[in-house]
Design a protein around this ligand. Structure first.
Ligand SMILES: Cc1ncc(COP(=O)(O)O)c(C=O)c1O
Length: 419
Protein backbone atom coordinates (compact mmCIF):
# COMPACT_ATOMS: atom_id res chain seq x y z
CA UNK A 1 0.00 0.00 0.00
CA UNK A 2 1.34 3.38 -0.96
CA UNK A 3 -0.01 5.18 2.08
CA UNK A 4 -1.43 8.39 0.65
CA UNK A 5 -4.37 8.24 3.03
CA UNK A 6 -7.05 7.25 0.51
CA UNK A 7 -7.61 3.74 1.81
CA UNK A 8 -7.72 4.96 5.40
CA UNK A 9 -10.58 7.20 4.35
CA UNK A 10 -12.53 4.76 2.16
CA UNK A 11 -11.93 1.49 3.98
CA UNK A 12 -10.52 2.13 7.43
CA UNK A 13 -11.03 -1.49 8.44
CA UNK A 14 -8.67 -2.90 5.81
CA UNK A 15 -6.30 0.07 6.10
CA UNK A 16 -6.12 -0.58 9.82
CA UNK A 17 -5.22 -4.23 9.34
CA UNK A 18 -2.53 -3.36 6.79
CA UNK A 19 -1.08 -0.78 9.15
CA UNK A 20 -1.11 -3.34 11.95
CA UNK A 21 0.76 -5.82 9.77
CA UNK A 22 3.31 -3.15 8.81
CA UNK A 23 3.84 -2.44 12.52
CA UNK A 24 4.07 -6.16 13.34
CA UNK A 25 6.76 -6.64 10.70
CA UNK A 26 8.67 -3.61 11.95
CA UNK A 27 8.43 -4.72 15.55
CA UNK A 28 9.45 -8.40 15.19
CA UNK A 29 12.51 -10.23 13.89
CA UNK A 30 11.44 -12.37 10.94
CA UNK A 31 13.37 -15.63 11.13
CA UNK A 32 11.08 -17.67 8.84
CA UNK A 33 13.48 -18.96 6.18
CA UNK A 34 11.00 -18.54 3.31
CA UNK A 35 10.15 -14.90 3.98
CA UNK A 36 11.81 -11.61 3.14
CA UNK A 37 11.15 -7.86 3.01
CA UNK A 38 10.87 -6.49 -0.53
CA UNK A 39 12.19 -3.08 -1.54
CA UNK A 40 9.97 -0.03 -1.76
CA UNK A 41 10.32 -0.18 -5.56
CA UNK A 42 8.95 -3.73 -5.73
CA UNK A 43 6.09 -2.72 -3.46
CA UNK A 44 5.35 0.35 -5.59
CA UNK A 45 5.16 -1.72 -8.79
CA UNK A 46 2.69 -4.06 -7.07
CA UNK A 47 0.27 -1.28 -6.23
CA UNK A 48 -0.31 -0.01 -9.78
CA UNK A 49 -2.97 0.14 -12.50
CA UNK A 50 -1.38 -2.90 -14.15
CA UNK A 51 -3.69 -4.93 -11.91
CA UNK A 52 -6.60 -3.74 -14.08
CA UNK A 53 -5.44 -5.33 -17.31
CA UNK A 54 -6.51 -8.69 -18.70
CA UNK A 55 -3.73 -10.16 -20.84
CA UNK A 56 -4.42 -13.84 -21.50
CA UNK A 57 -1.67 -15.17 -23.73
CA UNK A 58 1.89 -13.94 -24.15
CA UNK A 59 3.54 -10.72 -25.44
CA UNK A 60 2.24 -9.91 -28.95
CA UNK A 61 -0.01 -13.01 -28.81
CA UNK A 62 -2.91 -11.88 -26.61
CA UNK A 63 -6.62 -12.51 -26.70
CA UNK A 64 -7.47 -8.94 -25.69
CA UNK A 65 -6.67 -5.55 -27.19
CA UNK A 66 -4.88 -2.79 -25.31
CA UNK A 67 -1.97 -4.94 -24.26
CA UNK A 68 0.89 -2.84 -25.65
CA UNK A 69 2.11 -1.69 -22.22
CA UNK A 70 1.70 -5.00 -20.43
CA UNK A 71 3.45 -6.63 -23.40
CA UNK A 72 6.45 -4.40 -22.66
CA UNK A 73 6.33 -5.23 -18.96
CA UNK A 74 6.19 -8.98 -19.54
CA UNK A 75 8.91 -8.91 -22.22
CA UNK A 76 11.21 -6.96 -19.91
CA UNK A 77 10.55 -9.48 -17.12
CA UNK A 78 11.23 -12.41 -19.46
CA UNK A 79 14.45 -10.87 -20.81
CA UNK A 80 15.70 -10.04 -17.31
CA UNK A 81 14.86 -13.53 -15.99
CA UNK A 82 16.73 -15.16 -18.89
CA UNK A 83 19.75 -12.91 -18.33
CA UNK A 84 19.75 -13.26 -14.54
CA UNK A 85 19.63 -17.06 -14.59
CA UNK A 86 21.40 -17.65 -17.92
CA UNK A 87 18.39 -19.57 -19.24
CA UNK A 88 17.20 -20.10 -22.82
CA UNK A 89 13.48 -19.66 -22.06
CA UNK A 90 11.57 -18.06 -19.20
CA UNK A 91 7.90 -18.04 -18.27
CA UNK A 92 7.16 -15.35 -15.68
CA UNK A 93 3.42 -15.93 -15.29
CA UNK A 94 3.11 -18.63 -12.57
CA UNK A 95 1.09 -17.26 -9.65
CA UNK A 96 3.20 -19.25 -7.16
CA UNK A 97 6.01 -21.76 -6.81
CA UNK A 98 3.46 -24.56 -6.59
CA UNK A 99 1.84 -23.44 -9.86
CA UNK A 100 5.27 -23.33 -11.53
CA UNK A 101 5.93 -26.94 -10.53
CA UNK A 102 2.47 -28.06 -11.60
CA UNK A 103 2.94 -26.43 -15.01
CA UNK A 104 6.18 -28.37 -15.49
CA UNK A 105 4.39 -31.64 -14.71
CA UNK A 106 1.56 -30.73 -17.09
CA UNK A 107 4.07 -29.88 -19.83
CA UNK A 108 6.28 -32.92 -19.35
CA UNK A 109 4.10 -35.77 -18.09
CA UNK A 110 0.88 -37.61 -18.83
CA UNK A 111 -1.41 -38.24 -15.85
CA UNK A 112 -0.21 -41.17 -13.71
CA UNK A 113 3.39 -40.95 -14.89
CA UNK A 114 6.00 -41.09 -12.16
CA UNK A 115 7.48 -38.22 -10.12
CA UNK A 116 10.38 -38.76 -7.74
CA UNK A 117 11.20 -35.96 -5.30
CA UNK A 118 12.70 -35.45 -1.86
CA UNK A 119 10.39 -36.65 0.93
CA UNK A 120 8.52 -33.82 2.66
CA UNK A 121 9.57 -35.06 6.09
CA UNK A 122 13.21 -34.88 4.99
CA UNK A 123 13.05 -31.35 3.61
CA UNK A 124 11.12 -31.63 0.32
CA UNK A 125 8.01 -29.67 -0.68
CA UNK A 126 4.33 -30.60 -0.96
CA UNK A 127 4.46 -30.03 -4.73
CA UNK A 128 7.16 -32.69 -5.11
CA UNK A 129 4.65 -35.54 -4.95
CA UNK A 130 3.00 -35.33 -1.53
CA UNK A 131 -0.19 -37.43 -1.37
CA UNK A 132 -2.37 -34.44 -0.39
CA UNK A 133 -1.13 -32.31 -3.30
CA UNK A 134 -2.11 -32.63 -6.97
CA UNK A 135 1.49 -33.69 -7.70
CA UNK A 136 0.84 -36.81 -5.63
CA UNK A 137 -2.78 -37.48 -6.61
CA UNK A 138 -2.58 -37.05 -10.40
CA UNK A 139 0.86 -38.60 -10.75
CA UNK A 140 2.48 -41.63 -9.16
CA UNK A 141 4.91 -40.24 -6.62
CA UNK A 142 7.88 -41.87 -4.94
CA UNK A 143 10.52 -40.23 -2.79
CA UNK A 144 14.18 -40.29 -1.89
CA UNK A 145 15.38 -39.46 1.61
CA UNK A 146 18.45 -38.22 3.48
CA UNK A 147 20.80 -40.67 5.21
CA UNK A 148 19.96 -41.32 8.85
CA UNK A 149 23.57 -40.99 10.09
CA UNK A 150 24.50 -37.74 8.29
CA UNK A 151 21.02 -36.30 7.56
CA UNK A 152 22.41 -35.31 4.15
CA UNK A 153 21.63 -36.54 0.65
CA UNK A 154 23.98 -39.35 -0.36
CA UNK A 155 24.12 -39.11 -4.14
CA UNK A 156 25.08 -42.80 -4.51
CA UNK A 157 21.95 -43.75 -2.57
CA UNK A 158 19.84 -41.33 -4.61
CA UNK A 159 21.24 -42.87 -7.79
CA UNK A 160 20.38 -46.40 -6.62
CA UNK A 161 16.83 -45.33 -5.76
CA UNK A 162 16.34 -43.51 -9.06
CA UNK A 163 17.62 -46.47 -11.08
CA UNK A 164 15.30 -48.77 -9.12
CA UNK A 165 12.20 -46.59 -9.40
CA UNK A 166 12.81 -45.24 -12.93
CA UNK A 167 10.70 -42.06 -12.55
CA UNK A 168 9.65 -40.03 -15.59
CA UNK A 169 10.76 -36.87 -13.84
CA UNK A 170 13.25 -36.46 -11.01
CA UNK A 171 12.73 -33.41 -8.79
CA UNK A 172 15.47 -31.89 -6.68
CA UNK A 173 15.42 -28.86 -4.43
CA UNK A 174 13.99 -28.43 -0.95
CA UNK A 175 12.17 -26.33 1.61
CA UNK A 176 14.16 -27.36 4.66
CA UNK A 177 17.58 -28.63 3.65
CA UNK A 178 20.55 -26.70 5.06
CA UNK A 179 23.20 -28.07 2.73
CA UNK A 180 24.39 -27.48 -0.84
CA UNK A 181 22.45 -29.36 -3.51
CA UNK A 182 24.60 -31.18 -6.04
CA UNK A 183 22.72 -30.29 -9.24
CA UNK A 184 25.48 -31.69 -11.41
CA UNK A 185 25.11 -35.13 -9.78
CA UNK A 186 21.30 -34.93 -10.10
CA UNK A 187 21.72 -34.13 -13.81
CA UNK A 188 24.06 -37.09 -14.29
CA UNK A 189 21.65 -39.44 -12.51
CA UNK A 190 18.66 -38.19 -14.52
CA UNK A 191 20.53 -38.73 -17.80
CA UNK A 192 21.63 -42.23 -16.74
CA UNK A 193 18.05 -43.12 -15.76
CA UNK A 194 16.65 -41.58 -18.95
CA UNK A 195 14.33 -39.21 -17.08
CA UNK A 196 13.79 -35.46 -17.00
CA UNK A 197 15.20 -33.26 -14.22
CA UNK A 198 13.29 -30.45 -12.51
CA UNK A 199 15.42 -28.36 -10.14
CA UNK A 200 13.23 -26.35 -7.77
CA UNK A 201 15.36 -23.53 -6.34
CA UNK A 202 12.49 -21.72 -4.59
CA UNK A 203 14.53 -21.21 -1.44
CA UNK A 204 18.02 -20.65 -2.80
CA UNK A 205 17.42 -18.66 -6.01
CA UNK A 206 18.98 -15.50 -4.54
CA UNK A 207 22.10 -17.42 -3.56
CA UNK A 208 22.27 -19.04 -7.01
CA UNK A 209 22.08 -15.76 -8.95
CA UNK A 210 24.71 -14.28 -6.64
CA UNK A 211 27.04 -17.17 -7.54
CA UNK A 212 27.06 -18.42 -3.94
CA UNK A 213 25.33 -21.75 -4.62
CA UNK A 214 26.00 -24.06 -7.61
CA UNK A 215 23.88 -23.27 -10.65
CA UNK A 216 21.21 -25.81 -11.68
CA UNK A 217 20.50 -24.35 -15.14
CA UNK A 218 23.17 -26.23 -17.15
CA UNK A 219 22.17 -29.58 -15.61
CA UNK A 220 18.36 -29.36 -15.65
CA UNK A 221 15.56 -29.66 -18.18
CA UNK A 222 13.47 -27.30 -16.03
CA UNK A 223 14.25 -24.90 -13.20
CA UNK A 224 11.46 -23.40 -11.12
CA UNK A 225 11.65 -20.84 -8.37
CA UNK A 226 9.53 -18.63 -6.22
CA UNK A 227 10.43 -14.95 -6.40
CA UNK A 228 9.74 -14.08 -2.80
CA UNK A 229 12.32 -15.93 -0.71
CA UNK A 230 16.09 -15.24 -1.00
CA UNK A 231 15.45 -13.57 -4.39
CA UNK A 232 13.52 -10.81 -2.52
CA UNK A 233 10.82 -10.22 -5.10
CA UNK A 234 7.01 -10.25 -4.99
CA UNK A 235 5.06 -13.45 -4.29
CA UNK A 236 4.91 -15.69 -7.35
CA UNK A 237 6.92 -18.13 -9.42
CA UNK A 238 8.79 -18.49 -12.68
CA UNK A 239 9.86 -21.38 -14.90
CA UNK A 240 13.16 -21.56 -16.80
CA UNK A 241 13.86 -24.19 -19.41
CA UNK A 242 15.68 -25.08 -22.57
CA UNK A 243 14.27 -23.53 -25.76
CA UNK A 244 12.96 -26.90 -26.95
CA UNK A 245 10.51 -26.99 -24.00
CA UNK A 246 9.47 -23.34 -24.26
CA UNK A 247 6.25 -23.85 -26.23
CA UNK A 248 5.04 -26.75 -24.07
CA UNK A 249 5.78 -24.83 -20.85
CA UNK A 250 3.98 -21.71 -22.06
CA UNK A 251 0.90 -23.74 -23.07
CA UNK A 252 0.95 -25.59 -19.75
CA UNK A 253 0.85 -22.28 -17.82
CA UNK A 254 -1.78 -20.71 -20.08
CA UNK A 255 -4.25 -22.11 -20.99
CA UNK A 256 -3.18 -25.27 -19.12
CA UNK A 257 -3.46 -24.30 -15.48
CA UNK A 258 -3.96 -20.52 -15.27
CA UNK A 259 -6.05 -17.79 -16.82
CA UNK A 260 -4.96 -14.15 -17.08
CA UNK A 261 -1.52 -13.25 -15.73
CA UNK A 262 -1.09 -10.84 -12.81
CA UNK A 263 0.59 -8.01 -14.70
CA UNK A 264 1.26 -5.86 -11.61
CA UNK A 265 3.08 -8.82 -10.05
CA UNK A 266 5.01 -9.46 -13.27
CA UNK A 267 6.14 -5.81 -13.23
CA UNK A 268 7.30 -6.25 -9.64
CA UNK A 269 9.13 -9.46 -10.63
CA UNK A 270 10.96 -7.48 -13.33
CA UNK A 271 11.96 -4.84 -10.76
CA UNK A 272 13.27 -7.54 -8.41
CA UNK A 273 15.25 -9.23 -11.22
CA UNK A 274 16.96 -5.90 -11.99
CA UNK A 275 17.74 -5.44 -8.29
CA UNK A 276 19.25 -8.93 -8.18
CA UNK A 277 21.59 -8.00 -11.06
CA UNK A 278 23.12 -5.15 -9.04
CA UNK A 279 26.56 -5.87 -7.53
CA UNK A 280 25.12 -5.01 -4.09
CA UNK A 281 22.81 -8.00 -4.34
CA UNK A 282 25.84 -10.26 -4.18
CA UNK A 283 26.89 -8.52 -0.96
CA UNK A 284 23.38 -9.06 0.38
CA UNK A 285 23.44 -12.77 -0.50
CA UNK A 286 26.88 -13.16 1.09
CA UNK A 287 25.58 -11.44 4.22
CA UNK A 288 22.63 -13.88 4.36
CA UNK A 289 25.09 -16.79 4.40
CA UNK A 290 27.50 -15.12 6.86
CA UNK A 291 24.59 -14.42 9.18
CA UNK A 292 23.27 -17.99 8.93
CA UNK A 293 26.73 -19.45 9.59
CA UNK A 294 27.22 -17.25 12.66
CA UNK A 295 23.73 -17.94 14.00
CA UNK A 296 24.32 -21.68 13.53
CA UNK A 297 27.75 -21.62 15.21
CA UNK A 298 26.45 -19.60 18.13
CA UNK A 299 23.52 -21.95 18.71
CA UNK A 300 25.75 -25.00 18.51
CA UNK A 301 28.19 -23.37 20.95
CA UNK A 302 25.26 -23.19 23.38
CA UNK A 303 24.65 -26.94 23.03
CA UNK A 304 21.85 -27.00 20.44
CA UNK A 305 22.26 -29.71 17.82
CA UNK A 306 21.57 -28.57 14.27
CA UNK A 307 20.40 -31.06 11.65
CA UNK A 308 23.48 -32.01 9.56
CA UNK A 309 25.67 -30.17 12.10
CA UNK A 310 25.30 -26.71 10.55
CA UNK A 311 24.40 -24.91 7.36
CA UNK A 312 25.79 -24.01 3.93
CA UNK A 313 22.93 -21.70 3.00
CA UNK A 314 20.35 -19.36 4.51
CA UNK A 315 18.59 -21.77 6.86
CA UNK A 316 19.10 -24.22 9.70
CA UNK A 317 17.02 -26.74 11.62
CA UNK A 318 17.39 -26.87 15.40
CA UNK A 319 16.83 -30.30 16.96
CA UNK A 320 15.15 -29.27 20.21
CA UNK A 321 15.61 -32.72 21.76
CA UNK A 322 19.34 -32.06 22.04
CA UNK A 323 18.81 -29.75 25.02
CA UNK A 324 15.09 -29.93 25.92
CA UNK A 325 13.78 -33.45 25.21
CA UNK A 326 10.20 -32.54 26.21
CA UNK A 327 9.99 -29.34 24.14
CA UNK A 328 8.07 -29.60 20.84
CA UNK A 329 8.62 -27.37 17.82
CA UNK A 330 5.01 -26.27 18.19
CA UNK A 331 5.56 -24.94 21.72
CA UNK A 332 8.99 -23.49 20.96
CA UNK A 333 7.68 -21.44 18.03
CA UNK A 334 4.93 -19.98 20.26
CA UNK A 335 7.36 -18.89 22.99
CA UNK A 336 9.75 -17.44 20.40
CA UNK A 337 7.05 -15.42 18.67
CA UNK A 338 5.85 -14.16 22.07
CA UNK A 339 9.39 -12.79 22.37
CA UNK A 340 9.07 -11.22 18.86
CA UNK A 341 11.35 -13.82 17.25
CA UNK A 342 9.15 -15.25 14.49
CA UNK A 343 9.97 -18.80 13.34
CA UNK A 344 8.18 -21.97 12.27
CA UNK A 345 8.05 -25.42 13.77
CA UNK A 346 9.59 -28.04 11.51
CA UNK A 347 9.90 -31.81 11.47
CA UNK A 348 13.47 -32.99 11.52
CA UNK A 349 14.49 -36.05 9.48
CA UNK A 350 13.28 -39.30 11.15
CA UNK A 351 11.22 -37.24 13.61
CA UNK A 352 9.30 -39.48 16.02
CA UNK A 353 6.74 -36.70 16.65
CA UNK A 354 3.80 -35.78 14.43
CA UNK A 355 4.39 -32.92 11.95
CA UNK A 356 1.96 -30.83 14.04
CA UNK A 357 4.09 -31.22 17.19
CA UNK A 358 7.50 -31.78 15.53
CA UNK A 359 10.91 -31.81 17.22
CA UNK A 360 12.49 -28.87 15.45
CA UNK A 361 12.32 -25.24 14.50
CA UNK A 362 13.55 -23.82 11.20
CA UNK A 363 15.47 -20.54 11.25
CA UNK A 364 16.50 -18.42 8.28
CA UNK A 365 18.35 -15.16 7.78
CA UNK A 366 17.08 -13.58 4.48
CA UNK A 367 14.62 -11.15 6.10
CA UNK A 368 16.74 -10.00 9.04
CA UNK A 369 19.65 -9.49 6.62
CA UNK A 370 17.41 -7.27 4.45
CA UNK A 371 16.79 -4.98 7.41
CA UNK A 372 20.54 -4.58 7.90
CA UNK A 373 21.43 -7.01 10.68
CA UNK A 374 24.92 -8.47 10.50
CA UNK A 375 26.99 -11.14 12.27
CA UNK A 376 27.41 -9.18 15.51
CA UNK A 377 23.63 -9.14 15.84
CA UNK A 378 23.41 -12.89 15.16
CA UNK A 379 25.43 -13.53 18.30
CA UNK A 380 22.89 -11.57 20.30
CA UNK A 381 19.90 -13.23 18.62
CA UNK A 382 21.38 -16.72 19.23
CA UNK A 383 21.61 -15.82 22.92
CA UNK A 384 17.95 -14.76 22.96
CA UNK A 385 16.83 -17.93 21.17
CA UNK A 386 18.80 -20.01 23.66
CA UNK A 387 17.25 -18.16 26.60
CA UNK A 388 13.70 -18.60 25.29
CA UNK A 389 14.08 -22.28 24.38
CA UNK A 390 15.51 -23.02 27.83
CA UNK A 391 13.12 -20.88 29.89
CA UNK A 392 10.20 -23.30 30.12
CA UNK A 393 7.79 -20.54 29.10
CA UNK A 394 8.83 -18.17 31.90
CA UNK A 395 6.85 -14.98 31.24
CA UNK A 396 9.38 -12.70 32.84
CA UNK A 397 12.15 -14.02 30.60
CA UNK A 398 9.95 -13.81 27.48
CA UNK A 399 9.11 -10.19 28.34
CA UNK A 400 12.80 -9.33 28.81
CA UNK A 401 13.80 -10.78 25.43
CA UNK A 402 10.79 -9.15 23.75
CA UNK A 403 11.85 -5.74 25.03
CA UNK A 404 15.42 -6.26 23.81
CA UNK A 405 14.27 -7.58 20.40
CA UNK A 406 11.94 -4.60 19.95
CA UNK A 407 14.77 -2.23 20.75
CA UNK A 408 16.94 -3.88 18.07
CA UNK A 409 14.02 -3.73 15.59
CA UNK A 410 13.59 -0.02 16.25
CA UNK A 411 17.20 0.56 15.16
CA UNK A 412 16.78 -1.47 11.93
CA UNK A 413 13.39 -0.67 10.34
CA UNK A 414 12.21 -2.90 7.48
CA UNK A 415 13.17 -1.37 4.11
CA UNK A 416 9.66 -0.33 3.07
CA UNK A 417 8.30 0.52 6.51
CA UNK A 418 6.64 3.74 5.38
CA UNK A 419 4.18 1.79 3.21
C1 LIG B 1 11.09 -25.85 -2.56
C2 LIG B 1 9.78 -25.13 -2.69
N1 LIG B 1 9.09 -25.25 -3.83
C3 LIG B 1 7.91 -24.65 -4.01
C4 LIG B 1 7.36 -23.87 -3.02
C5 LIG B 1 5.99 -23.30 -3.24
O1 LIG B 1 5.90 -21.96 -3.31
P1 LIG B 1 4.47 -21.24 -3.15
O2 LIG B 1 4.20 -21.17 -1.69
O3 LIG B 1 4.68 -19.92 -3.81
O4 LIG B 1 3.47 -22.08 -3.86
C6 LIG B 1 8.04 -23.69 -1.82
C7 LIG B 1 7.45 -22.85 -0.76
O5 LIG B 1 7.78 -22.85 0.37
C8 LIG B 1 9.28 -24.35 -1.64
O6 LIG B 1 9.95 -24.25 -0.49
Amino acid sequence: MNDNGLLRETDPKIAGVIAAERDRQNDTLELIASENHVSGSVLEALGTVLTDKYAEGYPRKRWYRGCENVDSVEQIAIDRAKKLFGAEHANVQPHSGTSANLAVYVAALKPAQKIMGMHLAHGGHLSHGRDNNISGTHYRAVHYRVREDTETLDMDQVRDQVLLERPDILVCGASAYPRTIDFEAFGRIAREAGCLLLSDIAHIAGLVVAGLHPDPVPHSDFVTTTNHKTLRGPRGGIILCKEQWGGRIDSAVFPGIQGGPLMHVIAAKAVAFAEAMHPEFKDYAQAIIDNATTLADELMARGWRLVTGGTDNHLMLVDLRSRMPELTGHQAAIWLSDAHLVTNKNAIPFDPRTPFESSGIRLGTPAITSRGLRTEHMKVIAGWIDEILSCGGDEQKIAEVRAAARELCSRFPVPNSSY
